[in-house]
Design a protein. Structure first.
Length: 200
């Protein structure tokens, strides 16, 4: 099985890209959309690889970060979540947000992913809640971040309810230094302060 690839970008498609290794072999790799958007021709890239073998195909799925690979493996173990749908989740939602959403039971964020219905979103929460606690993001385990995660989710929902764009809200929330004692109300106040400053 292929577990890691380093090569230069030679060709981009809608969902994947082809990379040429130093050995002269070209590999077609499916990538999260944000990764695909960030690379340009002749970039030398390295990816953690998950090799998926089916009766009629052998597909490679690549990830810049180990945490993305870990989440991909967990997601495809959920019933009705295949590799393409798992990749769509990782394309639409940052890895850290996937973990915090699962820990806090926020299935709505997954329902927004094209092709992923309410029942499957809820199943992701149920099946993975205990499994994501060991996943590391930026060197810190998520085991002790349940309270912080819930406050963050509540703050995001509150800001969206106030009429702010969800993606803009996430961008603002990413700028806030959180602590496990910070309430949703405090996060909202800080987010509004940043938004108002940006308008000046």
């Amino acid at each position: 099985m292929i577990g890691y690839i380093k090569g230069k970008l030679k060709y981009k498609e809608a969902k994947c890209a082809t990379f040429m290794t130093a050995g002269g072999v070209g590999y077609r790799i499916f990538l999260p959309q944000n990764t695909l958007d960030s690379i340009v021709m002749e970039d030398e890239c390295e990816f953690f690889i998950e090799t998926i073998v089916r009766e009629d195909a052998l597909s490679l799925f690549g990830f810049k970060e180990k945490v993305e690979l870990d989440l991909f493996r967990l997601l495809i173990d959920v019933n009705k979540v295949g590799p393409k749908l798992a990749l769509a989740v990782l394309s639409a939602i940052p890895a850290s947000e996937i973990v915090t959403s699962i820990l806090s039971g926020n299935s709505k964020i997954f329902e927004a992913v094209s092709g992923l219905g309410k029942k499957t979103a809820e199943k992701i929460i149920i099946d993975l809640k205990d499994k994501v606690t060991a996943i590391e993001i930026k060197g810190e385990t998520q085991k002790a971040k349940g309270k912080e995660s819930l406050a963050l989710v509540e703050a995001e929902e509150g800001l969206v309810a106030l009429g702010f764009n969800q993606f803009a809200v996430r961008s603002v929330l990413a700028k806030i230094t959180l602590s496990d004692t910070m309430s949703a109300e405090a996060i909202v106040r800080e987010a509004l302060r940043i938004i108002n400053e940006n308008k000046r």
